[in-house]
Design a protein around this ligand. Structure first.
Ligand SMILES: [Cu+2]
Length: 272
């Protein structure tokens, strides 16, 4: 009992420690990264529910199998029963799995629809996959830039190998952001575990998803669709900052639209 208690305390301590770090995979991690968006919170709740259900099923089936193997072994039960049907038992073992599926199905569908429907997004970020980097556009702000992974030799101490990039996506916290995902060449996939996002980037098509980050921090993900030799080297870094920091950043990055050309120049442009 004492062993289990100290094991439990160790586990709680470890998960608290993990939640204080940037959202990256940890050595020996077996659970999810700490959830930082309503979508991922829903995924974790669903996972916990399924874990309880699957544990109960495994224990029940294991116990029944053990009982049958011991109680009805040849030595103990030399003359086996010839019973082949039992209506009540058959109704029970059909109805219980149906009920289990309903209990799983209702929250599962609710979560799917919740994740699918973007709720009054305040801003939009477009992520475009390329072989092998991501580029981002903020259509309302006239901001666009490329985001490349930092190579091993250029890594600074606070950066993470295969995860840090030169230009992260910057978004304000507690803001619903519509994410448009597309690709310029082959299939890629925009995935950030802590935010519960995984959306395919398909050339010639725009997929959409959304996020609302609750905590300031750095969220990392990777392309999750085999897209060529450097598939493992096009990470995603989302930096969630306060609204003020975001405003300052967006103002510094905003490229002013090109001024309208005078009529004579317009004519020259057209005839080119
Ligand atoms: Cu890719």
């Amino acid at each position: 009992m004492k062993f289990f208690k100290s094991f439990f305390i160790l586990g709680v301590g470890f998960s608290t420690l993990c939640s204080a770090l940037a959202s990256i995979p940890q050595p020996w991690q077996i659970g999810f990264q700490p959830a930082a968006s309503p979508m991922m919170e829903g995924v974790v709740r669903m996972h916990n529910l399924l874990l309880i259900i699957i544990t109960c099923i495994a224990l029940l089936v294991g116990a029944l199998m053990s009982y049958v193997m011991v109680r009805f072994r040849a030595a103990r039960n030399p003359v086996p029963s010839k019973t082949s049907h039992h209506t009540l038992l058959e109704v029970i073992w059909t109805m219980i799995p149906v009920l289990v599926l309903v209990v799983i199905g209702i929250p599962s569908l609710k979560l799917l629809f919740f994740n699918d429907k973007i709720q009054n997004a305040t801003m939009t970020v477009k992520a475009i996959g390329h072989q092998w980097y991501w580029s981002y556009e903020y259509p309302e702000k006239n901001i666009s830039y490329d985001s490349y992974m930092i190579e091993d030799k250029d890594l600074k101490p606070e950066q993470f190998r295969l995860l840090s990039v030169d230009n992260p996506v910057v978004v304000p916290i507690n803001t619903t952001v519509r994410i448009l995902v597309t690709s310029q060449d082959v299939l890629h996939s925009f995935a950030i575990p802590a935010l519960g996002i995984k959306k395919d980037a398909v050339p010639g098509r725009v997929n959409e998803t959304w996020l609302r980050i609750s905590k300031i921090g750095d969220y990392y993900g990777q392309c999750s669709e085999l897209c060529g030799v450097r598939h493992g080297f096009m990470p995603i870094h989302i930096k969630a900052v306060s609204q003020e920091e975001y405003d300052a950043w967006s103002q510094s990055r905003e490229t002013k639209p090109a001024p309208a050309l005078p009529p004579s120049e317009q004519h020259k442009e057209k005839s080119k």
